[in-house]
Design a protein around this ligand. Sequence first.
Ligand SMILES: [Zn+2]
Length: 84
Amino acid sequence: MAIAGQGGYCITCDRQTMHVDGSKVNHILHFLIGFLTCATWWIVWLVIVIAHTERMICSQCGTEYRHREAMALWQDRHGGGAQS
Ligand SMILES: [Zn+2]
């Protein structure tokens, strides 16, 4: 899933901010390391790619978006989660 940017509640900014994909997997670097390590690193690379899911960071402060914490704080700011 390639998401250029999406809104999210930033726990550091304490408001809705634009969040961008903060994952920076340097595929070229991993590819080159694979050559140096006789393809052993490519297995590690594969694990990194699989394990690495969406990691959204705040475009304002760079804080990683953590859904559970953001929701808890948002509900706290908006007087509980009565409305849905
Ligand atoms: Zn922020």
